[in-house]
Design a protein around this ligand. Structure first.
Ligand code: MRU
Length: 344
């Protein structure tokens, strides 16, 4: 890829998003200038992935301020609009963290808000690079097979972050070090972030990969075809429990059964000290149509109802290692009693 992929960026007067619903067929952008359009884009997964949502939330405050100025809103209307952005999706804590970083600067004016939002973006790119290096170091030290066969779930690449990627950043780093044989990419039902987005990013990078059905992942692991699983996170509770895309728990259980390391890669901004355990993480329940139909065509019988939780929670004891920009915690070995320590 010649230019770095930027899922979220500020143009000067609008928020420019890669429309991830159009990938892999078309690389298109949308420009967002009002809060309704922003909330709709977040809910429809035009922009998605916890760190990318954090940057979106930060710039979203600027979108709301510009709209307030244009339309003559008072302060209560502006605050209500910012609250709507903050609550557009419930599980990925980064969205609220991004909004909360810049919100105190509203009184300081738009340039101050934009400068802080830009800092959120640049810090995430730097965090991703550090996560990639720490994760690759840890895996190469703990897993002896060469070259490595890595399994991943959902999309955690440049599209899901401010750039580069979390779990996919680790995988890109392993590839750059010449240590990677293949990536098993779970297709990630029901919206196929794995086959549409992760495979698209890996194809552009020239990283060897195979898309598999989510239901194949436990078998791939137990058959000894994967040496390590690396996934991202949408929220990590203080006790180390990890919320991530639905299907992650099955990967973790299979890894525990097979003795394969289950590695979670995420920035510190995804660790939520205010959430004590995984049981306290709100799990987004999405439209049943996502599991009952495909591209608008009903696949389930007419009167069948759907159940569509978008995330699951993997208990801390199944997480072999948690990689952040500040290092690696061996969670399953009990390195989080009393909570994921600050600055780890
Ligand atoms: O596509 P989403 O926003 O519903 O999915 C969230 C994610 O992207 C993942 O769960 C991902 O694995 C962690 S965020 C990099």
């Amino acid at each position: 890829m010649s230019e770095p992929l930027r899922a979220v960026r500020w143009t000067g007067d609008a928020l420019r998003l890669i429309d991830q619903t159009a990938l892999p067929d078309r690389l298109e952008h949308v420009e967002i200038r009002d809060v309704d359009a922003l909330v709709d884009a977040v809910r429809r997964l035009v922009v998605r992935g916890a760190p990318a949502l954090g940057v979106t939330g930060a710039y979203g405050v600027a979108v709301a301020m510009l709209q307030a100025r244009r339309e003559g809103w008072g302060r209560p209307a502006l605050e209500a609009a910012i609250d709507r952005i903050r609550a557009a999706r419930p599980t990925a804590v980064n969205l609220a963290v991004g909004v909360d970083r810049v919100r105190p600067l509203v009184d300081a004016g738009l340039p101050a808000v934009l400068a802080e939002a830009e800092r959120v973006l640049h810090e995430d790119v730097a965090a991703n690079r550090a996560i990639g290096a720490h994760g690759a170091d840890w895996i190469l030290a703990r897993v002896s097979r060469r070259p490595l066969r890595v399994l991943t779930h959902c999309n955690t690449g440049a599209l899901a972050t401010a750039g580069w990627g979390t779990a996919l950043g680790v995988i890109r780093e392993l590839h750059a070090r010449g240590a990677l044989e293949v990536v098993y990419v779970d297709e990630t039902r029901p919206l196929l972030q794995g086959s549409r987005l992760t495979a698209w990013e890996l194809a552009h990078e020239g990283v060897p990969h195979l898309v598999q059905a989510d239901g194949a992942a436990p078998s791939t692991i137990v058959r000894g075809l994967a040496d390590v699983a690396v996934i991202g996170a949408d929220r990590i509770a203080a006790n180390g429990d990890v919320a991530n895309k639905i299907g992650s728990l099955g990967v973790a259980l299979a890894c525990a059964h097979a003795g394969v390391p289950f590695v979670v890669a995420a920035p510190r901004s995804t660790v939520d000290p205010a959430t004590a355990t995984g049981a306290d993480i709100p799990i987004e329940l999405r439209d049943e149509a996502e599991v009952l139909a495909w591209e608008g065509v009903r696949t389930a019988p007419a009167r069948t109802r759907g159940f569509n939780p978008a995330f699951d929670v993997t208990p801390a004891e199944l997480v072999t290692a948690l990689v952040t920009e500040t290092g690696v915690l061996e969670v399953a070995r009990g390195q989080v009693p009393g909570g994921v320590p600050p600055g780890t």
